[in-house]
Design a protein around this ligand. Structure first.
Ligand SMILES: Cc1ncc(CN)c(N)n1
Length: 226
């Protein structure tokens, strides 16, 4: 099955994601607010591109149940995940104006652009493989952090961990895995290879996204602009 094979192929990268200092600090609750707020602001931008990619997958799905799943997921990305970000930013005292003034980081722009380009130019199986890590990697990280933080009720990032370890999120991961496996079954070899590439690239961007938040990434060229 496609998902099983590609998960095995990205196992070392996935371990690097789990071991990344950002996620280690997120788990033990020591992640500083500046880095988490940076991540939340960038992630809000990412989510709007992600939800558009899901909406495009819905439009392209011939199967009505798949179309409904992608449309609902596009809604959830904005209603649930974006809502989580809004409440954290409110808690941190970041106003909407301050949020809007933060430049989109190079990595966030690259990942969002990759999803948008895939949504525009690639067939549905490749688009499904490109958005799959956004579900699966987050659920894997969220579930691991839930286990690590059991009993830490006053954990500062509990709402984030709960969102991505939630049963309904796990159910959506199973749905998109089943859809992607089904699309892979009937895909020709070139499309299957493109699916694998898209999955690996998105998983690389997942690592880079956390790394960019850890480094509070900026544009090195900004200093030369007026
Ligand atoms: C970068 C990123 N990737 C995935 C997710 C989970 N939808 C997210 N919130 N942010």
């Amino acid at each position: 099955m496609f998902c099983e094979e590609i998960w095995a192929r990205t196992a070392t990268l996935l371990k690097a994601i789990h071991d990344h200092p950002f996620n280690a600090a997120l788990g033990d609750g020591t992640l500083d607010r500046e880095r988490f707020a940076f991540y939340m602001v960038q992630d809000a931008r990412y989510l709007s591109a992600f939800s558009k990619a899901l909406a495009a997958a819905s439009v392209r799905s011939a199967d009505p149940a798949d179309a409904m799943f992608f449309a609902e997921s596009a809604h959830t990305a904005l209603a649930v995940e974006r809502g989580l970000h809004t409440s954290y930013l409110e808690e941190f005292g970041v106003s909407a104006e301050e949020e809007a003034a933060v430049p989109t980081s190079p990595t966030c722009l690259a990942y969002a652009s990759f999803l948008q380009a895939t949504a525009l130019a690639e067939p549905l199986p490749v688009l499904a493989a490109a958005v799959l890590p956004c579900f699966w990697v987050y659920q894997d990280v969220g579930t691991a952090l839930l286990a690590r933080t059991a009993g830490m009720d006053d954990h500062p990032y509990r709402a984030w961990i709960d969102t991505y370890s939630d049963e309904s999120f796990a159910a959506s991961v199973e749905r998109i895995k089943a859809i992607t496996d089904r699309l892979a079954e009937t895909a020709d070899p070139a499309t299957r290879r493109a699916m694998a590439e898209a999955f690996c690239r998105a998983t690389e961007y997942e690592w880079m996204f956390w790394d960019s938040a850890w480094r509070l990434e900026t544009w090195p060229t900004r200093q030369w602009l007026g």
